[in-house]
Design a protein around this ligand. Sequence first.
Ligand code: SF4
Length: 238
Amino acid sequence: MLQQTQVSRVLPAYRRFLARYPTLRALSRAPLGDVLREWSGLGYNRRARDLHRIARLCTSRLPRTVAGLDALPGVGAYTASAVACFALGQAAAFADTNIRRVLGRAILGRTATEREAVALDSRFGSRRASARWHHALMDIGATVCLAKRPHCDVCPVRNVCRYEGDEETSLRRQPSFQESDRRVRGAIVRHLASATRGVAVDTLRRGINDPRVPRLVRVLAREGLVEVSSGSVRLPTR
Ligand code: SF4
């Protein structure tokens, strides 16, 4: 849920979701449409679909190794290692944006690429207290080593840090076409979540007022996020 989504938006949804689906088994028994409704407001609906698929693959227990977690639908190397570290207490190397910035600036003098940061994490990270180490890096990255104005004067690694303060920080991208597709995809799922029956594609296109709706409905159907039958679209009932 936290992938690309703010903590303040996730917290109430997380509590609601766990109250409704307290176990993998409960989640596995729910139709995907209900899960998507419960996910409403969080966006990136593929995450809900993947979580649902995972629950149906592992109804009683998740794998307990990085490789096993990595093999689950929608789970990549970063998530697998972070879950192994934080939930299972294992030593694992991984790097999100904050970790890349803190480790990279401190050791290389610039923000590291993900590959570089994972190598640095593997070399310098604590194996005995992997979760504390990663929490500390994430917290420093979120509150001290800020992208634009790092607070070096209060940073615990200021005496060894190699950053000289000349990093290019204006790398903001324009929203890509794919990202704006994402907005329309979200609108389609929200629209269907509030509908009590199937909605004609044309009605959906007019309601959302975007010509991309028919194409994106086909994409969502291929991904298993909606069902289309006789020109009518709805959230999955199975
Ligand atoms: S000393 Fe400054 S640049 Fe280096 S890690 Fe700390 S906050 Fe970041």
